[in-house]
Ligand binder design. Structure first.
Ligand SMILES: [Fe+2]
Ligand SMILES: [Fe+2]
Length: 143
């Protein structure tokens, strides 16, 4: 069976997505390791479980890109751990906003190319990112 022909634009967007998934996987994992204080105690488990989800996102997107004939990047976007809890969670909230905007765009491009699988994959991931954004926004109200 012939593989679907993805555009260079869509493959580049998937690599952009992988770079930022690796970024946040490491960022949240380090924040989980470096937590401090009473308030940090309340958020560390959340950071750990979200970091693991981001790693799974990176893997699923890389599998899809590989199937399309692209080469998944190993290079993360710049990692911003932050120096205190508030700075960390504010940065994470912003990174989730970047993800939401990028994945909406990927869904639109995948739809335009009749790529139902990429469309479905990113709809699922987008739902996770909205959930992460909600978690970080709620945490910011408390810390
Ligand atoms: Fe993600
Ligand atoms: Fe996320």
């Amino acid at each position: 069976m012939k593989k679907p022909k993805a555009s260079k634009q869509l493959m580049d967007l998937l690599n952009k997505a992988i770079a930022r998934e690796i970024q946040v996987a490491v960022q949240y994992m380090w924040q989980h390791v470096l937590w401090s204080g009473v308030k940090g105690f309340a958020v560390k488990d959340e950071l750990k479980s979200i970091a693991i989800e981001e790693m799974k996102h990176a893997e699923s997107i890389a599998e899809r890109l590989n199937y399309m004939g692209g080469t998944p990047t190993t290079k993360p976007d710049p990692i911003n751990v932050g120096s205190n809890l508030k700075e960390m969670i504010r940065q994470d909230q912003k990174d989730e906003e970047v993800a939401i905007a990028l994945y909406r765009k990927i869904i639109a491009v995948a739809r335009a190319e009749d790529d139902e699988v990429t469309n479905r994959l990113f709809r699922q991931i987008l739902a996770d990112e909205e959930d992460h954004h909600d978690v970080f926004s709620t945490l910011l109200e408390e810390i």
